[in-house]
Design a binder for this molecule. Structure first.
Ligand code: PLP
Length: 368
């Protein structure tokens, strides 16, 4: 029996091992560890990659969202509209700064926030919108930025799953007021620990995020705001610079794997991921849909195929969010999807042979 993991980090390390080990050694010989030369260089390189004026390295994607919100002027009691279909951290970041997450249902095809549903949630207390670019495909940013402009709202893009994705000719993270990225190790651009980045074209946001990530330090002995210990680690920055140079090539490989799955699985009852016309999906995850999801997952796991569910429980139904007063049935579109979605293995090193095996096992399941 074959063993195919959902993500294969070891396979991704092999071709860059020597470069990574050299870079780590150089960092340790230089010992400039606090927002050091690699962090500063990565900020310039990532801003150039995304097409933004500024990029600020931070300690995680969660902190990127917190700092993006704070730097955009969101404060305690303000409302921030987002989707309940995300990793919990998006809503957590809103709640951690004392603001209130307000949810709106998703588009059933892309699983990203539905702009029509979003606009209905705008109130006098709304300060910002966080569209989440789920699975590697950007949200429908045209209508979202129009809504934001009409109501005077900040748009903080949760780009944690979408490094390099395009909406028309713009990269994820270069469309709203700020873009927030995670470098968690499974991401399309991931380090070997924790890390994150905020991108922006707004000088004020850049300046504020730099304060918030570093205890509000304005100068050595001056603290302008109460901030955080939220800096990007220098060793991770050195690793990320190596991996950033390969991001486009690896995203192209992910797109090729997705195209192969699409053709191998087209005659099965599965609902396959759809790429909207004006977007370039970077397939952080390849998510199919099946009414028999749990049995299919079981069958694949028994045959050595690693799978995942991203995510099983929408955020509005999480115990930690009970105080917000949402209940089952509030967002039928995403609640149904959460029972049916299944992530298949996808990563640049996934072989054609493995994909053919996975497709065979899926077909075998439906023949039973
Ligand atoms: C959509 C989304 N938002 C936020 C985060 C939080 O990022 P981090 O784990 O780096 O804090 C993640 C990462 O897992 C994510 O996938």
């Amino acid at each position: 029996m074959k063993e195919i993991p959902l993500v294969d980090l070891k396979a991704g390390f092999v071709p860059i091992k020597d470069e990574v080990m050299r870079a780590i050694e150089e960092v340790l010989q230089g010992m400039q560890l606090n927002i050091g030369p690699n962090c500063q260089a990565l900020e310039r390189e990532f801003a150039a990659y995304c097409g933004t004026k500024y990029a600020i390295g931070v300690a995680s994607g969660t902190e990127a969202i917190q700092f993006g919100l704070l730097a955009s002027g969101v404060r305690e009691g303000d409302e921030v509209i987002t989707s309940p279909h995300t990793f919990f951290a998006t809503a957590e970041a809103i709640a951690c700064i004392g603001a209130r997450p307000v949810f709106a249902d998703v588009d059933p095809v892309t699983y990203n926030i539905d702009p029509g549903a979003l606009e209905k949630k705008v109130t006098k207390k709304t300060k910002a919108i966080i569209p989440i670019h789920m699975y590697g495909q950007t949200s429908d940013m045209g209508p979202i930025t129009d809504i934001a402009a009409r109501h005077g709202l900040a748009v903080i893009e949760d780009s944690c799953q979408a490094h390099g994705a395009l909406y028309r000719d713009k990269k994820a993270g270069a469309i709203g007021s700020a873009g927030c990225f995670s470098f968690y190790f499974t991401k399309n651009l991931g380090c070997y620990g924790e890390g994150g980045m905020v991108t922006t074209n707004d000088e004020k946001i850049d300046e504020q995020v730099r304060l918030y990530r570093n205890h509000g330090h304005k100068s050595k002995f001056e603290h302008a705001v109460v901030g955080y210990n939220g800096r990007l680690d220098e060793i991770q920055a050195a690793i990320l610079r190596i991996k950033l140079r390969r991001l486009d090539e690896n995203n192209t490989k992910r797109r090729e794997k997705a195209a192969l799955y699409n053709s191998l699985l087209k005659d099965t009852p599965l609902v396959l991921p759809a790429e909207a016309k004006d977007r370039m999906h970077v397939y952080h995850l390849y998510v199919v849909r099946s009414e028999k999801r749990d049995a299919l997952q079981d069958h694949l796991n028994k045959n050595g195929v690693g799978t995942g569910i991203h995510y099983k429980n929408p955020v509005h139904l999480q115990e930690a969010m009970a105080g917000l007063g949402y209940k089952k049935g509030d967002f039928p579109c995403i609640e149904k999807a959460c029972q049916e979605i299944l992530s298949l293995p996808i990563y640049p090193e996934l072989t054609e042979e493995s994909q053919v095996y996975i497709a065979e096992k899926i077909k075998e399941f439906y023949k039973q």
